[in-house]
Design a binder for this molecule. Structure first.
Ligand code: UDP
Ligand code: MG
Length: 307
C-alpha cells in the first residue's frame, strides 16, 4: 500500500460525501494504491451511516468507529495505527483542507523530508482563531525551536517511520511536527489552500489557548528532561537547598558569634522552608527516575546502520 489518508470525523454528516468525492478525483490523478480511513470520533448525527454508505460503494474506504467522542488527537492516533500505507496523509473532514493539495505535499516529501506540513497562508477562520493560533505558533517556535508557520494545520504528509511510535495524547495533535522534529526527522512546510467551513460547526473555542500552553510546556519538559528528570528536579532542589544552607550559616553566625537570639527571626522559617523544599525536589527527581525506568519506548532514533 502506497498511501493512507487518515480523517478524524466528528459530526460532519454534511461534509463527508463531498469530501470523499473530492478525494477520489485527486487520488485518480496520483495513481497510487491507497486507502481512506475515516475515524468516526463518536459522532451523534448521521455521519457514520453516511460513511457506511460510502464504504459500500468504494472499497478503498475504511471506517474506524469510536464508542464515544475521544477527541481529534485520539482519532488521528487510531487512524495512524490502523493505516498500512508507506506514506500517510492526515486531514480534516470539514472540507476546510483541500484534497487537491495532496500531490503538492507528496512532491515535497519526495524531496527528502520526513514530514510535510500544510501552511494555511490565507486562512479562512475567525479573527480569534487566527490570533490564538499565531500566539501558539510563536510560543512553539520559541520553546521547541521548530520554525514553521502553522503547526495546527492538520493537512500533513508523513513517512511511515515518523508516526510508528508517535506518542500523542490529550489535544497534542497540534504539536505533532514539533514531536517528530525533536526526534531528528526533517520537517518541511508548503502553503496550502484553506476554505471556510460551510457546513457543521467548529469543535473548538478559546479554551484551546491555555490548554495548548500547558501541552506545550509538557512537551518541552518531556523533550528536554524526559530521559533525565533528575537534572531538572535535582537542579531546582540543589538550588533551593543551597539558598537554605547559606541562610542557615548566616543564622548560625549570628547565634554563636554575635550571641543574638534567632528563635523569632522570619529568616529561620525561610531557611527551614528552603531546606525542606530542596530535599523534596531532589526526592521527586529520584521518583521520576524510577518512573522512566519502567518505560518501554526507545530514547533515541536510528537513521540507518551499516553492516
Ligand atoms: N474532530 C474530531 N473530534 C473532535 C473534534 C474535532 O474528530 O473531538 C475533527 C472534526 O470533525 C474535523 C477536525 O477534527 O474534521 C477539525 O475540527 P474543527 O473543524 O472543529 O477544528 P477547526 O478547523 O475549527 O480548528
Ligand atoms: Mg475546521
Amino acid at each position: 500500500m502506497d498511501l493512507s489518508i487518515v480523517i478524524p470525523t466528528f459530526n460532519e454528516q454534511e461534509n463527508v460525501e463531498k469530501l470523499h468525492s473530492e478525494l477520489v478525483s485527486t487520488l485518480k490523478k496520483i495513481n497510487k494504491s491507497c486507502e481512506i480511513i475515516f475515524v468516526d470520533d463518536g459522532s451523534t448525527d448521521q455521519t457514520f451511516e453516511k460513511l457506511e454508505r460510502i464504504a459500500r460503494r468504494d472499497k478503498k474506504v475504511r471506517i474506524v468507529k469510536f464508542t464515544r467522542n475521544f477527541g481529534q488527537t485520539a482519532a488521528l492516533l487510531a487512524g495512524f495505527q490502523k493505516s498500512k500505507g508507506n506514506v500517510i496523509i492526515s486531514m480534516d473532514a470539514d472540507l476546510q483542507n483541500d484534497p487537491a493539495d495532496i500531490p503538492k505535499l507528496l512532491r515535497k516529501l519526495n524531496d527528502g523530508y520526513d514530514v510535510v506540513c500544510g501552511w494555511r497562508a490565507n486562512r479562512k477562520d475567525t479573527f480569534g482563531k487566527v490570533l490564538s493560533s499565531k500566539i501558539s505558533n510563536w510560543l512553539m517556535d520559541f520553546l521547541m525551536d521548530l520554525n514553521i508557520h502553522d503547526s495546527g494545520c492538520t493537512l500533513r504528509a508523513y513517512k511511515r517511520r515518523t508516526v510508528n511510535d508517535l506518542q500523542i495524547y490529550g489535544e497534542t495533535h497540534r504539536y505533532i511536527p514539533a514531536m517528530i522534529s525533536s526526534r531528528g526527522f526533517k520537517v518541511a512546510e508548503v502553503p496550502v489552500n484553506h476554505r471556510s467551513r460551510f457546513k457543521g460547526k467548529t469543535k473548538y473555542g478559546l479554551a484551546r489557548l491555555p490548554k495548548g500552553l500547558l501541552d506545550l510546556l509538557t512537551l518541552k519538559f518531556l523533550v528536554t528532561y524526559g530521559s533525565r528528570p533528575i537534572h531538572i528536579f535535582g537542579g531546582a532542589g540543589l538550588f533551593l537547598f543551597g539558598l537554605g544552607f547559606l541562610g542557615g550559616l548566616w543564622l548560625a553566625y549570628e547565634k554563636f558569634w554575635l550571641r543574638l537570639s534567632i528563635g523569632n527571626r522570619p529568616l529561620l522559617t525561610l531557611v527551614l522552608l528552603l531546606l525542606i523544599l530542596g530535599v523534596l525536589f531532589i526526592l521527586n527527581g529520584f521518583v521520576a527516575e524510577l518512573l522512566i525506568r519502567t518505560r518501554t519506548t526507545e530514547t533515541y532514533k536510528i537513521e540507518k546502520t551499516v553492516n
